[in-house]
Design a protein around this ligand. Sequence first.
Ligand SMILES: *Cc1c(COP(=O)(O)O)cnc(C)c1O
Length: 362
Amino acid sequence: MTIRTASTISLSRPLIGEREKAAVIRVLESGHLAQGEVVAEFERRFAALHGTRYCVATSSGTTALHLALLAQGIGPGDEVITSPFSFIASANAILFCGATPVFADIVPATFNLDPDQTRRAITPRTRAIMPVHLFGQPADLDSFESIAREYGLSMVEDACQAHCARWNGRPVGSFGVGCFSFYPTKNITTAEGGAITTNDDDLADRLRLLRNHGMRRRYYHEILGYNFRLTDVQAAIGLAQIDSLPEWTNVRRANAAEYDCRLTSVVTPWVDRRAEHVYHQYTVRIRRDRGAAIEMLTQRGIGTSIYYPIPIHEQAVYTDRGLTGSFPEAERAAREVLSIPIRPDLTTQERERVIDAVNELV
Ligand SMILES: *Cc1c(COP(=O)(O)O)cnc(C)c1O
């Protein structure tokens, strides 16, 4: 007889079932692999989910952000205000365009870009604001919509972690230009992939041109474009994932509600009453000795991760360009946060193990 030690509960993993496999095989056997009808169908479904007229699928969340800025003519001399507490791609997309990322600090309760700090960062060169719906909770879209209107700025929503999250009952990605990611750890995946949502026909047209070598008619190139296309193979996975998304989101939210009630030793997430959080991550704060907490949880077989250990304004890419500053709340969040497993396929026993282990941290 072997004595089995409990296996590690991983923080996240892609959920790939028979429908995804069958859909991929159908595309592989169709002889049409690159961007085609399956991508178009995926775009229709994804736009419908977010209540927008258009969706333009891209090769990643990063290229979605890049195109969203390029298509609005943002370039050298322009400033875009975003959060220093995000994945690096948010700010990098601004650099890719030759524009200047300007950081504003976060609201400690939500980890999201602070509207008041954003106002203070506006200059005559500001062209756009880019709130990030971090961990799946929408940023304060009432305030960001007012700021955008008041100063004539465009708004790019980095919704890469917030598929189908809502603000005042309205889906993210329908307030500004929405950018989404389908990386394997995200709430739905296409392996790699991304999407942009918009209601603006001209913008959708420019996004499609930029995504495909500036080409409307084959081999006639109107503008400098890129190859940022999604493939039909990837879109087939995405369509199957979209079918599961409502159920997965409900389970993530139910798991979070249970953690909220039962976790006693850590600071659990605060959710704005206007927000419907989709818990891409369930992120707590550990005010003292986070390192020891991680070690103890690891020993107990609980997967954890720090999103993000170094704020963007302290990354070499940014300090080397002089794009740094002091953002105390972002810096404090980077020292205190820890994400614990919330994925929709956690079993009841696994959830109990997570709760017991976290509550032993004291
Ligand atoms: C994942 C992510 C991105 C980038 O998406 P990729 O598909 O990995 O390129 C951008 N911003 C945020 C907040 C993300 O979480």
